[in-house]
Design a protein around this ligand. Structure first.
Ligand SMILES: [Zn+2]
Length: 82
């Protein structure tokens, strides 16, 4: 484990890149290293940044909830969301 006495820490992290389905704009962010929580953290942060996610209406309700939580739908950047 890490010690507080160590001044330089190497942390694992996951690098996420979201691509806008409409204009192709990308947003990059780094989240914690544990899945699936890091993925959910990325979804929450993208939403805070103004990105929105479209989940296909064809999916069942339970599936839609999962797709939304996992960020598996199509994303739109803040400009295309307006
Ligand atoms: Zn866009």
């Amino acid at each position: 484990m890490y010690s507080d006495d160590m001044p330089l820490h190497a942390m694992h992290a996951l690098h996420f890149i979201a691509a806008c389905d409409s204009c192709g704009a990308r947003s990059e962010l780094v989240c914690g290293h544990e899945l699936p929580s890091a993925r959910r953290e990325a979804v929450a942060r993208l939403t805070t940044l103004g990105w929105s996610q479209a989940v296909p209406d064809t999916e069942r309700t339970e599936t839609r909830g999962w797709v939304h939580a996992e960020g598996a739908g199509q994303w739109r950047c803040p400009l295309c969301t307006l």
